[in-house]
Design a protein around this ligand. Structure first.
Ligand code: PGA
Length: 222
């Protein structure tokens, strides 16, 4: 126990999170660092492809992302649901409409994430599974760019609900009521199979699992 406490006082925590998880992980880190003020933290924020690289290198303690990889063996645990929703500016003709058929979205331009993004691959898989495809798309390499683009009227977007807290609160964006949406994914915390976690990493892992629902004030679907 003493060794563990000493490890926690001087430990270094290296975590990598999906760019879409960056909207709630800092709140968790802040509470963790208040509890263990001696811990030094490095946070890498990148897309799914970057996270798979980090898992491959095995130099990161813990990773928080949308879906465990197929190719690399990991120990992963679900933290919470991660709904992907369709967003539009509040002035859009579809805003406020009820039960919009998914096929109606094919007529719209969609701002989509870059190749290597988990949000993008989940969206592509979803449309293929539904037998549909988006004909008009514009590629942007961050959720921020997509949110700005949707607000500006460039097109619609499909993003994790957890990236939208500010824009929904300020009513800059609205969630469309589409029949087959949201796409339900999960958030996972994970590390490579067999990795020996440091005392700090183990504490953060357990902390995240215990606190995720309490620390966070995330938007929910009505
Ligand atoms: P990304 O994150 O879209 O930024 O890659 C989501 C995920 O990990 O699936």
């Amino acid at each position: 126990v003493f060794d563990e406490l000493r490890g926690l006082k001087r430990g270094h925590l290296k975590i990598a999170v999906a760019s879409t998880a960056n909207y709630f992980v800092p709140q968790l880190l802040a509470k963790f660092c208040r509890r263990f003020p001696g811990v030094k933290v490095s946070l890498d924020v990148t897309n799914r492809e970057g996270l798979l690289e980090a898992l491959g290198d095995n130099t990161t303690d813990l990773i928080i992302m949308g879906k465990p990889p197929g190719r690399i063996e990991v120990e992963s645990e679900v933290l919470m649901e991660n709904p992907l929703v369709a967003i539009a500016p509040p002035t859009h003709p579809l805003a406020g409409e009820k039960a919009i058929p998914l096929s109606r979205l094919q007529e719209e331009t969609f701002l989509i994430r870059e190749k290597g993004s988990g949000t993008r691959s989940a969206t592509e898989r979803f449309f293929i599974d539904q037998g549909l495809s988006l004909s008009s798309t514009m590629e942007m390499s961050s959720s921020e760019a997509i949110k700005q683009g949707v607000q500006a009227g460039l097109g619609l977007g499909l993003l994790s609900l957890h990236t939208l807290e500010m824009e929904l609160t300020l009513k800059r964006l609205t969630i469309l009521d589409v029949q087959e949406l949201p796409i339900i994914r999960n958030w996972y915390v994970m590390h490579r199979s067999g990795k020996r976690l440091s005392a700090v990493a183990r504490s953060f892992h357990d902390f995240v699992k215990d606190e995720v629902s309490e620390v966070l004030n995330l938007p929910t679907l009505a």
